[in-house]
Design a protein around this ligand. Structure first.
Ligand code: GLP
Length: 242
């Protein structure tokens, strides 16, 4: 595990964007596992800036997002599809046909999960998986549980996740209670994991996940078993990590 200590959110975003752009320069046909939330927004902003300067070319890239709210249409402002369009896809030359998220509106959820896993396999697997971390240690929407889930599945969101994510909605009632997420097995098969984290509020969970035991009660702790993990965190978030 390699840990890069960044000064602040902006420095974290720039360092992580450097790692992603190096991946794309070294392999223009990279499969990027992408994430949503406050943590990666700065990374995408930086990548868009570099794209505009001709420093990075997304024309051969495939993107596979981690998760999507169940029941949410792609043009809903709170959907993760909308987030990705707004923060990255609309601003770079990625082929829209090569951008994948679970279909929040899929009527047959089992079929949708199978379809999504098949997409990942058919694209040759994920080269680098960008991850944030929830306050309870969730990655994607893999919430604390008794077991590690393997493939794409639908999860009920933890109450703490609903509360953390309500800031993006007008009120808590609007926050969906279920989401599609890649499973821990698929995340662990990514060839490189890039976890980004910022802020004092994440310091405790970072210590628990990376200095504590590996347990599905802290989903991110499983990353201790991955052979190629890079953590880029700011000073506040890494302040309790030994
Ligand atoms: C959300 C997402 C995760 C994300 C996490 C942290 O619920 N499903 O993929 O990593 O919560 O989000 P943030 O970066 O906004 O703190």
């Amino acid at each position: 595990m390699t840990i890069y200590r960044a000064k602040d959110y902006q420095d974290m975003s720039r360092k992580a964007a450097n790692i992603l752009s190096a991946q794309v320069i070294l392999n223009p046909a990279s499969v990027l596992g992408l994430a949503t939330g406050s943590s990666p927004a700065g990374v995408y902003k930086q990548l868009v800036e570099w794209y505009k300067k001709n420093d990075i070319d997304f024309s051969g890239v495939t993107s596979i997002n981690l998760d999507e709210y169940k029941g949410m249409a792609p043009d809903n402002l709170q959907s993760y599809r909308f987030f990705m369009q707004e923060h990255l896809f609309n601003h770079v030359n990625i082929n829209p046909a090569n951008t994948f998220l679970p279909d929040g509106l899929a009527a047959d959820t089992d079929a949708e999960c199978t379809r999504y896993d098949d997409v990942i396999v058919s694209r040759g697997g994920i080269d680098i998986q960008l991850l944030g971390i929830g306050h309870n240690g969730h990655i994607g929407f893999n919430e604390p549980s008794d077991t590690f889930d393997t493939g794409t599945h639908v999860v009920p969101l933890a109450q703490s996740t609903i509360e953390a994510n309500k800031r993006f909605f007008d009120n808590e009632e609007q926050v969906p209670h279920h989401a599609f997420t890649l499973g821990i097995g698929t995340i662990m098969r990514a060839r490189h994991i890039l976890l980004i984290v910022s802020g004092k509020a994440k310091a405790d969970i970072i210590r628990t996940a990376f200095n504590g035991p590996v347990t599905p009660l802290v989903p991110a702790s499983v990353l201790q078993l991955h052979s190629h993990v890079t953590i880029v965190g700011d000073e506040d978030a890494l302040s309790k990590l030994m």
